[in-house]
Ligand binder design. Sequence first.
Ligand code: IMP
Ligand code: MG
Length: 183
Amino acid sequence: MRAADIQSELTEILVTEEEIAAKLEEIAARVAEDYAGKDLLLVGVLKGAVMVMADFSRHLPASVPMDWMAVSSYGAGTKSSGVVQIRKDLDTDLHDKHVLIVEDIIDSGLTLSWLLENFASRGAASIEVFALLRKPDAAKVQVDCKYVGFDIPNEFVIGYGLDYAEQYRNLRDVAILAPHVYS
Ligand code: IMP
Ligand code: MG
């Protein structure tokens, strides 16, 4: 669905499907160049990063393995709890791999800083982060993110993989959820 289909549930469209597509192509070109000749592994963070991973990885000009990690820090609310739990671990040994973590959004940064620390102990050759969205004003910890799609205001957003209580992931655009939906 597009934002226009659920207009009354949104207050603002922040990033359109077309803007996302252009940005993914641009970042994929950078990643292809930066990782040429290297043993790259894409690690997606479930479930929010599914759309980013699907579209981003297909812009890469070479075959690249992907693995998935499921963590939770949110429950059904709209604020990060800071408590990270592994729901599904990687299937891949990170030893000597150049890992690129693919994330939907960096909000407080708590999830990613926890993941980075966790991965650091697994012997990867390098670990970098690509986040489609980032909320600079929500940061509680600084996360070194090499590739960022869009910096957005500190609002709860949905779409393109991002959910509210498991809804709205299939929205093609990224939009601010109207407060009446969750209050
Ligand atoms: P953190 O606060 O950076 O730890 O964010 C952790 C996770 O919360 C992200 O990977 C998202 O899955 C989710 N999240 C953060 N902000 C939003 C939002 O605005 N909408 C939907 N999910 C969000
Ligand atoms: Mg996520």
